[in-house]
Design a protein around this ligand. Structure first.
Ligand code: OGA
Ligand code: MN
Length: 293
């Protein structure tokens, strides 16, 4: 296996998802690269749902897809503008609007009761142009922050709500069923990786408030932090090819989808791995909830 750095991210060459799923040494090397690089790229894979699921399962428990998403109740999330009949949906369709919400800088599942360690995304149908996925390291963003702000954020807790990020796209994009299933969640604004002791800024498009701060000031700070973290020149832009799989660390990155021509089809499949105590989950829980769970 060769690890080829691409900025903070890395491409893993000479290894398949199936080998990593089956082989302890390949898994251990991949896991170490994941802890170090935060975004791993695999090219030329023979991707099937089964292969993607087996690979993702190696890293921890899989998320069950939430109500209201395509793939609900399974371990797969379908991100696509192609409907059940193979037709591309119009730009105001819920599927298209959901993709648009993914074009806001975010990290996955901060709005869930159990946040995500990692996501694994494969490209099944790609548009001719656009539709890239862009990443930044919030570990590097953390290291660029003023030390006094870092000390403050280490003891700050942000509230995350799925309905908040969806509301930026369309007022009713989050359904009543989704709102009921996904009450807001509160997490420390820094996630320390227990494998290397390095902190990362933990924020997302879903964050709407900070404990103990006025709403306006909190939203201003959240926007400033995201802007600083995602400034031009700091990102890794992944241009998808058939057979590509990208895995990212939701504790230490932000990502967003990029637009493409709306009449062109795009079909992506995601598996998501839940964070466990071994991944530092306890340390992001607000103190009031640490003893209770
Ligand atoms: C995701 C996501 C963006 C994209 O899979 O979690 O945000 O480019 N995807 O589809
Ligand atoms: Mn996402």
């Amino acid at each position: 296996m060769d690890i080829v750095p691409l900025g903070f991210a890395a491409e893993l060459r000479g290894v398949t998802l199936a080998e990593i799923a089956a082989d302890d040494a390949a898994y251990t090397a991949t896991r170490a690269a994941f802890e170090e690089h935060s975004v791993l790229i695999f090219r030329g894979q023979q991707v099937t749902d089964a292969a993607q699921l087996a690979f993702a399962r190696r890293f921890g428990p899989l998320e069950v897809t939430k109500v209201g998403s395509r793939g609900a109740g399974t371990n797969l999330v379908i991100l696509s503008t192609i409907d059940e009949n193979g037709k591309v949906v119009p730009a105001d369709h819920r599927f298209a609007l959901s993709n648009k919400a993914n074009q806001l800088w975010h990290t996955d599942s901060t709005f869930k009761k159990v946040p995500a360690l990692a996501s694994v995304l494969s490209a099944r149908v790609i548009p001719a142009r656009g539709g890239e996925t862009e990443y930044v390291s919030t570990r590097l963003a953390w290291e660029r922050l003023d030390p006094a702000l870092r000390r403050r954020l280490e003891n700050s807790f942000a509230w995350h709500d799925y309905a908040h990020s969806r509301g930026k796209i369309a007022a009713d994009l989050a359904s009543a069923e989704e709102r009921a299933a996904l009450p807001p969640q509160c997490w420390r604004m820094a996630w320390k990786n227990p494998a290397n002791g390095r902190n990362a800024l933990y924020i997302a498009s879903h964050a709407y408030a900070i404990e103990g701060m006025k709403e306006d000031a909190a939203q201003k700070l959240l926007a400033e932090l995201i802007d600083a973290a995602t400034a031009p020149g700091l990102t890794y832009l992944h241009t998808w090819r058939q057979g590509d799989v990208v895995m990212w660390d939701n504790r230490a990155t932000l990502h967003r989808g990029r637009p493409w021509l709306p009449h062109e089809p795009r079909f992506m499949v995601r598996t998501t791995i839940s964070a466990t105590e071994a991944d530092g989950l306890e340390s992001v829980r607000p103190p009031s909830r640490q003893a209770a769970e």
